[in-house]
Design a protein around this ligand. Structure first.
Ligand SMILES: [Zn+2]
Length: 282
């Protein structure tokens, strides 16, 4: 296993996701890796899931992301190296969530079923995905896929600026043996969010144009999530507004942050075991 490089000049030290560990069909663990931005990979008792992976490059430069921004460090995993996946959950069709290169790579290289709203599905069809590999979801659905229950949650993403309308984007609750995990998506804090509890691991986008620091802190409190991994920050060398989330400011407002709030390194493996995660170097 490769130990993550603790690069002090970067707020997100990075490592390498072990392909064998990620795709191990016999794993008895629930393992989570942060992939940068709002992206995660999960091995859930052998099933391989992705949420919002942006893990491809513009060309040969390992620091030139597929979305035209320079990366702070090398990506912990490249889509071109992923041999197997069961589910790819996409919260919305913006380029920093449905990667213009990642999505087509995963479409071509895996047999994964892709899950998202109708607007996301349209983008996937443009990328060549056949309809029989797309599951379109709506708020209030409960979909059984790969042995897990997938529950889309409402999201409101810059609706006031005409960016999306309600229904174009969604979060995902993943419920299965051993844990319940929630990725709320890029969203304003909604009343419905405050009613969601029973979350073991909250994958929390903290970019300022959506939940931001204040919304992130409120969600950590209302869900009483046992563990929180912040995301949507620290991935690109850019001061564009959606890159400027402040994970330390969120931490300062989270009760019992030492136990619950985990700023993951890119590529670091988190194992949810007996509802208590342990960290393993990738
Ligand atoms: Zn975003």
């Amino acid at each position: 296993m490769i130990k993550p490089e603790r690069n002090v000049s970067s707020p997100t030290p990075y490592g390498v996701v072990g392909i064998a560990e990620l795709t191990d069909p016999d794993s008895r663990d629930i393992s989570i890796w942060w992939l940068g931005n709002a992206g995660f990979a999960i091995n859930w008792h052998g099933r391989v899931l992705f949420i919002d992976p942006i893990i491809e490059l513009e060309g040969d430069d390992p620091l030139a992301s597929e979305i035209g921004l320079p990366l702070r460090g090398p990506l912990p995993l490249l889509a071109r190296n992923v041999p197997r996946a069961d589910l790819v959950l996409l919260t919305h069709d913006d380029g920093d969530h449905t990667g213009p290169r990642t999505a087509p790579e995963l479409v071509a290289r895996t047999n994964a079923v892709f899950v998202g709203t109708e607007r996301t599905a349209r983008k996937l069809r443009e990328y060549g995905l056949a309809d029989d590999r797309i599951v379109v979801v709506h708020y209030g659905d409960e979909v059984e896929l790969a042995g897990l229950t997938i529950i889309p949650t409402p999201a409101r993403h810059q609706e006031d600026e005409g960016h999306t309308v309600r229904g174009d984007c969604c979060g995902f609750i993943l419920r299965g043996p051993g844990a319940t995990i929630w990725h709320p998506d890029d969203t304003d804090l909604l009343e419905q969010h405050l009613a969601i509890t029973g979350i073991d691991v909250l994958l929390l986008p903290i970019a300022p144009h959506v939940l931001g620091t204040h919304g992130g802190i409120r969600l950590c409190a209302s869900t009483q999530a046992r563990h929180i991994i912040p995301c949507h920050y620290g991935t690109y060398v850019s001061d564009v507004y959606w890159c400027t989330g402040d994970p330390e400011a969120v931490r300062a407002g989270v009760e019992n942050a030492e136990e619950r709030y985990h700023m993951a390194a890119l590529g670091e493996r988190w194992v949810v075991e007996n509802r208590k995660p342990r960290i393993e170097s990738p």
